[in-house]
Design a protein around this ligand. Structure first.
Ligand code: 5GP
Ligand code: ZN
Length: 113
């Protein structure tokens, strides 16, 4: 379920310190080490999927679960006027950590992209 060499699995297990802002049995949310916005959180499932494309049909419930939780977590952490969600999938998108995660960016007016 978790991968001993994966940095986000190690954060989930508490082996690597992180600033966690939310945790339940299915997901964990912590502050990005190198924030790209005033608020920059990473929402991570507690199952190790390398890529979005690895989430099978029977496992896809985790995605709707996370998307349902994120609005309250974002609001609780200073995204009161909107936020942006990003999933970087693969090399062309610049994915650097191969454990599926959703970036939550906000806390300020974000630039267009
Ligand atoms: P990706 O480029 O894969 O979509 O995003 C990976 C994100 O994870 C980056 O924004 C990077 O700053 C963040 N990150 C990488 N290693 C760590 C870490 O050890 N702790 C935390 N909190 N964030 C990390
Ligand atoms: Zn992992």
């Amino acid at each position: 379920m978790l991968d001993g060499k994966c940095v986000f699995c190690r954060i989930i297990k508490g082996e690597i310190p992180s600033a966690k802002v939310y945790e339940d049995e299915k997901m964990c949310v912590f502050k990005d080490l190198e924030p790209k916005a005033k608020v920059h959180l990473l929402a991570v499932p507690k199952t190790h999927f390398k890529l979005l494309s690895e989430v099978g049909g029977s496992e896809a419930e985790i995605l709707s679960y996370m998307l349902t939780k994120i609005p309250q977590i974002a609001a609780d952490n200073g995204c009161t006027n909107g936020y942006r969600l990003i999933i970087n999938q693969g090399d062309d998108a610049g994915q650097t950590v191969f454990h599926l995660h959703i970036h939550i960016l906000g806390g300020e007016k974000l630039s267009d992209f």
